[in-house]
Ligand binder design. Structure first.
Ligand SMILES: [Zn+2]
Length: 83
């Protein structure tokens, strides 16, 4: 059980970025929720399902991908809280 099994694609903001890293060759790519939602039926998918369906786009690799969400530093509420 993890956050990936609890969050559906439709729960994300359309501009949220997801990071996909190939487990085989290390190729990294970013996808926004908006891009993923362009696939038919994708809104109902949990993030772990998206991860298990994703394949590396590098020529000849087609490795499995690991999905993560990059930290969103700009929205931190702790700026300037400690003196
Ligand atoms: Zn790869």
């Amino acid at each position: 059980m993890s956050w990936k099994t609890a969050i559906q694609l439709r729960d994300l903001d359309r501009q949220d970025r997801l990071e996909l890293i190939c487990r085989k060759c290390g190729h990294l790519r970013y996808l926004t929720a908006k891009e993923l939602l362009a696939h038919k039926g994708a809104a109902q998918l949990y993030l772990d399902e998206i991860e298990s369906r994703a394949r590396c786009t590098q020529r000849g690799c087609k490795g499995l991908m690991r999905l993560s969400m990059p930290a969103q530093g700009e929205t931190s509420g702790f700026v300037g809280g400690i003196s």
